[in-house]
Design a protein around this ligand. Structure first.
Ligand SMILES: [Zn+2]
Length: 256
């Protein structure tokens, strides 16, 4: 038994027992872990904000490696991102980001880069006017960190560059030009413009603030995000439940 300190992002949480709150937290130091906040549902002094998904929390606890969860001894909210919680669209994006991290990471498997990406992603989500772009950016960098960033620069079949119209094959997230996809375009998949190709390429190389997001707005980013989610689900063999709230308009033809 040793005392450990962690800073983490709450990925999900649910009530436990009569007065507790159980939270899955991605910590900077130790990766994903489960913590129980004892008595906070009945406490007047301690706020349940600490266990809300998306909250960044500082924790101190006795670590037991034979336990399924750790009991949070001392804890403090570092950031609660009120501006995300005031806006339904941003909340949907928050949940998609958190669910993705929760489902593709293992327990007690530290990954400082994923932690930093997650923490920065939530900060950007709380301030940006382009929440869809934030999530796209987040996923592209998650692909990069996992070594699965696709080559967005050319058609995977004919090799053509500067694609004016293309779709994304959800098996590997690579572009297929309009000629090569022909009539066999997958049902429900969208045709993207060259601007989207440019955004996807730049997103993997630049910082979020160094991209002009005004030229990449409207419906298309939303459709691109749907394609990227399809790839995440296919590649990691998971279901993103939170996708349903973001894409309630794209249900037909897809498993939601
Ligand atoms: Zn082609």
């Amino acid at each position: 038994m040793e005392i450990q300190k962690s800073t983490g992002v709450v990925l999900s949480s649910f009530p436990g027992g009569e007065a507790d709150w159980i939270a899955r937290i991605f910590t900077r130091e130790y990766g994903k872990r489960t913590f129980v906040f004892k008595g906070i549902r009945k406490s007047r002094k301690r706020s349940t904000l600490v266990a809300e998904p998306g909250t960044v929390v500082d924790l101190m606890y006795y670590y037991h490696d034979n336990r399924e969860y750790q009991v949070a001894g001392e804890f403090q909210v570092r950031d609660h991102f009120y501006s995300i919680r005031e806006d339904l669209e941003r909340i949907f994006h928050l949940y998609l980001i958190l669910e993705t991290v929760e489902k593709i990471t293992g327990f007690n498997d530290p990954n400082r880069q994923i932690f930093d990406l997650l923490a920065r992603g939530l900060e950007t989500l709380s301030s940006s006017h382009y929440p869809v772009n934030v999530t796209l950016f987040f996923l592209i960098h998650l692909f990069r960190l996992n070594g699965i960033l696709p080559d967005f620069s050319s058609c995977k079949i004919c090799g053509k560059q500067n694609l004016a119209g293309f779709t994304l094959d959800y098996h590997d997230c690579t572009p297929v030009c309009v000629n090569c996809s022909g009539g066999s375009r997958m049902q429900g998949s969208s045709l993207f413009s060259s601007g989207t190709g440019e955004f996807l390429r730049l997103a993997g190389m630049r910082k979020f603030k160094d991209i002009d997001h005004r030229v990449f707005s409207g419906d298309e980013p939303h459709h691109v995000l749907f394609s990227l989610c399809m790839f995440v689900e296919y590649y990691f063999q998971i279901m993103l439940k939170s996708k349903a709230s973001l894409f309630s308009d794209q249900r037909d033809g897809h498993h939601v």
